[in-house]
Design a protein around this ligand. Structure first.
Ligand code: 5GP
Length: 189
């Protein structure tokens, strides 16, 4: 099968980036889809690396021009979306796209790409552990962390049954091995 996509969704703090980075290291044919966002860069984040950063006005303009496969206001005032040009850029190289996207976006992308897509939901073991991990990461204010934790709880409820595969990340090594197996099988199709 040509032109495949793998969709990863998870509440923030569930360990999604670790799993995604592990897979990217294993499979050179996988390429991360860089989303566009209107939120400000955090820490060392750079335009064209973690995200394509735009102002809200620029983002709205691109929505009006139908530049997105999907987009969402993930947090109040912060837009995130997948540019059509990004999908074309990666497929043109014959690569399989990896999406790291919120739960609603993941469900939308699965609907759009159908059989071309493998959708994986990464579940954090509990809301308490999630909160501890976000505090440990040290990149967000307490207020932002509480917002993310509240969103995570509702996302876990919403995600149930809507993904091809659910990966429970209580033990990282087990989660990585499971991810390898599921993704390896899909890439061979
Ligand atoms: P963060 O601000 O922590 O980088 O990301 C916040 C949330 O936005 C995460 O859940 C992330 O998966 C989601 N996100 C990132 N890119 C996209 C995208 O292109 N579309 C949608 N719908 N969500 C995205």
């Amino acid at each position: 099968m040509d032109n495949k996509v793998i969709i990863f969704s998870a509440p923030s703090g569930a360990g999604k980036s670790t799993v995604v980075n592990h897979l990217l290291g294993l499979h050179p044919e996988l390429e991360f889809s860089i989303s566009a966002t209107s939120r400000a860069p955090r820490g060392q984040e750079q335009h064209g690396v973690e995200y394509y950063f735009f102002t809200s006005d620029e983002f709205r303009q691109m929505i009006a021009e139908d530049k997105f496969v999907e987009y969402e206001e993930v947090y109040a005032g912060s837009f995130y979306g997948t540019l059509r040009s990004e999908v074309e850029r990666i497929w043109a190289k014959g690569h399989t796209i990896i999406f790291d996207i919120d739960v609603q976006g993941g469900v939308n992308l699965k609907r759009i790409f159908g059989e071309q897509a493998l959708s994986i939901f990464i579940q954090a073991p509990s809301v308490e552990i999630l909160r501890e991990r976000l505090i440990g990461r040290g990149t967000d204010t307490m207020e932002a962390i509480e917002k993310r934790v509240a969103k995570a709880a509702s996302e876990m409820e919403f995600a149930a049954g809507k993904f091809d595969y659910t990966l429970i990340n209580d033990d990282l090594q087990t989660a990585l091995a499971e991810a390898e197996e599921v993704v390896g099988g899909f890439l061979k199709k």
